[in-house]
Design a binder for this molecule. Structure first.
Ligand code: ACO
Length: 428
C-alpha cells in the first residue's frame, strides 16, 4: 500500500499523486494542480486552522479522544505527582529531565534573575488604580523588551537562553506587582531563599511580617497548577507566539503578544465564567433546573467541553483531587458542592454523554484560586506565568526549525476586483 494520495482534477482531467507523511499532505504540493500556466495553483481554505498542522513539534502530545496529555513523552499525571514547575520548564525547553547538577544550576539561575529594573516599577505606577491585571502583564512584558535590546538577537542560542531564564524568573515578579498595584499595597521584592511558587506567594501576600513563610500545601498546589498549565501544544496563544516570533521579534514582545491572546475570554477566561455560573446557580438544589436550561439550549455549562478533548481532560482530574488538599487549609469554597453536583448530574445526562462533554481544566481551577485569595482578574495571569515556559519552548523550536519562515497565510480575496477613485463631489 503506497503512502500517497491520488487526486484527479475534474477541471482538466489530470491526475496527481501526492505523498502522505505523518497523516498529512503538504499544502504546497497542491500548487502544481493548475488549470493553466498563469493559474496560481490550488490552495486549501481552513479558517481557524481546524484541520491544518502549522508545524512539526516534539514538545507536547495531546490525544483528545483518550484524554491524554504528555510533555516530551511524560504523562501529565506523573509530572504533577513527582515533578516541580521549574523542572517541567527545563524539560519543555531542553527535551529531557535535568540531572541534579543541571536542575540546581537551572534553579539557581532562575532564582537570581527574579528582580526587575526599578524603572519597571515606575512604569507600573503609570496605570490607573482599576487597570486589569492582565492588561498590566501584557504591557510589562512589552516594556521589558526595551530594557534588553540585545534580546533581538534571536538567532544566537546563548542570547536566547539568557532571556528565557530572565522571562521565567521575572514573570512571578511582574504578576505579583500587578496584583499589589490593584490592591494598593507596597510592592514586595523577591525572596531568593524561597521556592519559585513560595516566593510568588511572598510577593503577593506578605504584609508586615519580617519574613513571609508560605504555606507548604498552598505553595505545592500552585506548583502543580503551574505544571498543568505549562504547555498545551498549538493553542491560540502559542500560535500567536510562533507567528509573532517568526518575524524574529524579541522574546519579550513575542510573549506580550502571546499574553494578549491569552487575555481573550475564549482562551484564558473560562474559569472566571465557571465561578460566575456557580454563583448564579447559588445552591445545590438549583442544579437540576440549571442543567435542564442548558439542555434546552439556554446557555452553556461553563468548564465543560473542549475543542480537542472528547474525554475527561486529564488536567481536570488532577485539579479536582488538588482542590480537596487546598480546601483543608483554606476552608471549603462553598461553591464546591454545587460544582460536584453539577458534574455528577451532567456526566450522567444523555445530552452531555452523546456530545462527549466532560469537565475541562477550568471547571475546578477557579475554585482553588478563589480559595487561595486570588481575585478573578488574576486568573489569566496565573495561567500566563507557567505558560511562559511553553511559549518559550515552542518559540525556540520554531526558530531552529529549518522549514519555518515568517508566518504569512494566504487569503481568498472576496472584495471588488478594480474600480476608479471617485472624487468627493461625485459620491452619493
Ligand atoms: N455546555 C452545553 N453544551 C455544549 C457545551 C457546554 N459547555 N460545549 C459544547 N456544547 C454542545 C454544543 O451546543 C454543540 O451541540 P449541538 O451539536 O447540539 O449543536 C456540541 O456540544 C458541540 O459543541 P461545539 O461548540 O461545536 O464544540 P467546540 O469544540 O467548538 O467548542 C468549547 C469547544 C468552546 C470549549 C465549548 O465546549 C464551550 O463553549 N465550553 C464552555 C466554555 C469553556 O469551558 N471553555 C474552556 C475551554 S478549556 C480552555 O480553553 C483552557
Amino acid at each position: 500500500m503506497a503512502d500517497t494520495l491520488t487526486i484527479t482534477d475534474n477541471r482538466t482531467g489530470k491526475t496527481y499523486e501526492l505523498p502522505i507523511q505523518d497523516g498529512t499532505i503538504r499544502a504546497d504540493a497542491l500548487r502544481q494542480i493548475r488549470t493553466s500556466e498563469d493559474d496560481f495553483g490550488l490552495m486549501t481554505y481552513d479558517p481557524a486552522f481546524m484541520n491544518t498542522a502549522s508545524c512539526r513539534s516534539a514538545i507536547t502530545l495531546i490525544d483528545g479522544d483518550k484524554g491524554i496529555l504528555r510533555y516530551r513523552g511524560y504523562p501529565i499525571e506523573q509530572l504533577a505527582e513527582n515533578s516541580t514547575y521549574l523542572e517541567v520548564a527545563y524539560l519543555l525547553l531542553n527535551g529531557e529531565l535535568p540531572n541534579q547538577v543541571q536542575l540546581d544550576k537551572w534553579t539557581d539561575k532562575v532564582t537570581n534573575h527574579t528582580y526587575v529594573h526599578e524603572f519597571l516599577r515606575d512604569a507600573m505606577q503609570g496605570f490607573r488604580y482599576d487597570a486589569h491585571a492582565m492588561g498590566k502583564m501584557v504591557s510589562m512584558l512589552g516594556a521589558l523588551s526595551t530594557f534588553y535590546p540585545e534580546s533581538k538577537n534571536v538567532r544566537d542560542p546563548a542570547v536566547r537562553h539568557e532571556h528565557i531564564v530572565k522571562i521565567i524568573a521575572k514573570m512571578p515578579t511582574i504578576a505579583a506587582w500587578a496584583h499589589r498595584h490593584s490592591v494598593g499595597r507596597p510592592y514586595v521584592y523577591p525572596d531568593n531563599e524561597l521556592s519559585y511558587t513560595g516566593n510568588f506567594l511572598n510577593m503577593l501576600f506578605r504584609m508586615a511580617e519580617p519574613r513571609f513563610k508560605p504555606n507548604p500545601v498552598l505553595s505545592r498546589a500552585l506548583d502543580i497548577l503551574f505544571i498543568l498549565h505549562a504547555d498545551h501544544e498549538q493553542n491560540c496563544s502559542t500560535n500567536a507566539a510562533r507567528a509573532v516570533g517568526s518575524a524574529e521579534t524579541d522574546p519579550y514582545s513575542t510573549l506580550a503578544a502571546a499574553s494578549a491572546a491569552l487575555y481573550g475570554p475564549l482562551h484564558g477566561g473560562a474559569n472566571e465564567a465557571v465561578l460566575r455560573m456557580l454563583r448564579q446557580i447559588g445552591d445545590v438544589k438549583n442544579v437540576p433546573e440549571f442543567v435542564k436550561s442548558v439542555k434546552d439550549g439556554k446557555g452553556r455549562l461553563m468548564g465543560f467541553g473542549h475543542r480537542v478533548y472528547k474525554n475527561y481532560d486529564p488536567r481536570a482530574k488532577v485539579i479536582k483531587k488538588l482542590a480537596h488538599d487546598v480546601f483543608e487549609v483554606t476552608g471549603k469554597n462553598p461553591l464546591l458542592e454545587i460544582a460536584i453536583e453539577l458534574e455528577n448530574i451532567a456526566l450522567n445526562e444523555d445530552y452531555f454523554v452523546k456530545r462527549k462533554l466532560y469537565p475541562n481544566v477550568d471547571f475546578y481551577s477557579g475554585l482553588i484560586y478563589q480559595a487561595m485569595g486570588f481575585p478573578v482578574e488574576m486568573f489569566p495571569v496565573l495561567f500566563a506565568i507557567p505558560r511562559a515556559s511553553g511559549w518559550l519552548a515552542q518559540w525556540q523550536e520554531m526558530l531552529v526549525d529549518p522549514e519555518q519562515k515568517i508566518a504569512r497565510p494566504r487569503q481568498i480575496y472576496t472584495g471588488i476586483e478594480l474600480r476608479d477613485y471617485v472624487p468627493m463631489n461625485a459620491r452619493g
